[in-house]
Ligand binder design. Structure first.
Ligand code: DOR
Ligand code: ZN
Length: 350
């Protein structure tokens, strides 16, 4: 199957349906990397303090637009951070005014800056009911946080213990399972066609848990949900290359300075925005499905979000291995760029 004899590939400009842009100096350093390749991105709201209200999302969007290079038409699609105090009317107004595209659910304690997230899912029922009524998607970080559940099982248990009850109580709610990492999640999405989709990250298509732990500990491969065993990675690749419209790219590109990554208790997050399109071209080429790349990066996401695909195109060109930067500089310190562990032959033509 491998070895499409293709050396140029033009596709609709891709979108990133799950992105961390941060704020301040980090935002200014990373935003141009996403804007260079992507048309739009669903921007995660886990700042400190989190982006909870429509007014906060509007202000954050303004700061993102200011951080973009001159002339960029990159469009940040904002999300609101769901708390137990979120006001359904504020969410509905932000959606109606085009300020917020979706709401992000973090179970409290699940990941970076999730302390303000949800503990008691009954408390957010009125918000979810309102979202179902107006057709506003819920982006879900699908991991339980119970200390007694093994970290490698947290996604699977979340599906059974949290997601199924939420969807049963509210079948009209449109849900995106973010950054799925397991065969279980892929199967759940495949088996439940109504109002359900999933994003898949660049790195979860490429690394398994051995990359983090075998032969030395590699903090730059640590993210949440943590990468699982190889069989799960293979299931993710199968879903991504399948063309099934319910699976689309959300890079979860999540920059942290090397200083923060390399602490004794280092942060979760992988910064992949600069190399994502090159990495994905390799993954799809190796699978003999280069022509399905456009669906995954540029068509399936807009279809789920009920937005038109981008009119513009980008062209990927195959050549000598990229000598891309291993780090980018920011005023907060260096940030390591995701290293897929194999040479990257595809670049986005300028
Ligand atoms: O690895 C991760 N990093 N997973 C998340 O859910 C959050 C993200 C971040 O904000 O750094
Ligand atoms: Zn994320």
């Amino acid at each position: 199957m491998s070895g499409d004899p293709i050396t140029r590939l033009t596709l609709r400009r891709p979108d990133d349906w799950h992105l961390h842009l941060r704020d301040g100096a980090m935002l200014r350093a990373v935003a141009p990397h996403s804007a260079a390749h992507f048309g739009r991105a669903i921007v995660m709201p886990n700042l400190v303090p989190p982006v909870v209200t429509g007014a906060e999302a509007l202000a954050y969007r303004g700061r993102i637009l200011e951080a973009l290079p001159e002339g960029s038409d990159f469009e940040p699609l904002m999300t609101l951070y769901l708390t137990e105090d979120t006001d359904p009317a504020d969410v509905a107004a932000a959606h109606a005014e085009g300020i917020a595209t979706a709401v992000k659910l973090y179970p409290a304690g699940a990941t970076t800056n999730s302390a303000s997230g949800v503990r008691d899912f009954d408390k957010v029922r009125p918000v979810l009911d309102k979202m179902a009524e107006i057709g506003m998607p819920l982006c879900v970080h699908g991991e339980v946080t119970n200390a007694d559940i093994d970290i490698f099982d947290r996604e699977k248990v979340f599906i059974d213990k949290v997601l199924k009850p939420i969807r049963k109580a509210n079948p009209d709610l449109r849900v995106v399972m973010e950054h799925v990492t397991t065969q279980d999640a892929v199967d759940y999405v495949r088996d439940n066609p109504r109002n359900l989709a999933a994003t898949i990250t660049t790195h979860h298509l490429i690394i398994n848990r051995n990359a983090i732990l075998a032969g030395g500990i590699r903090p730059h491969y640590y993210c949440l949900p943590v990468a699982k065993r190889e069989t799960h990675r293979v299931a993710l690749v199968q879903a991504a290359i399948s063309g099934d419209g319910r699976f689309f790219l959300g890079t979860d590109s999540a920059p942290h300075t090397d200083a923060r990554k390399l602490e004794p208790c280092g942060c979760a997050g992988i910064f992949s925005a600069p190399v994502t399109m090159s990495c994905l071209a390799e993954v799809f080429e190796t699978a003999g499905r280069l022509k399905q790349l456009e669906r995954f990066t540029s068509l399936n996401g807009p279809a789920f979000y009920k937005l038109p695909p981008n009119e513009e195109t980008i062209t990927l060109v195959k050549g000598d291995p990229l000598e891309g930067p291993a780090h980018i500089g920011t005023d907060d310190g260096a940030v390591t760029v995701f290293d897929p562990g194999f040479p990257l032959h595809w670049r986005v033509e300028a």
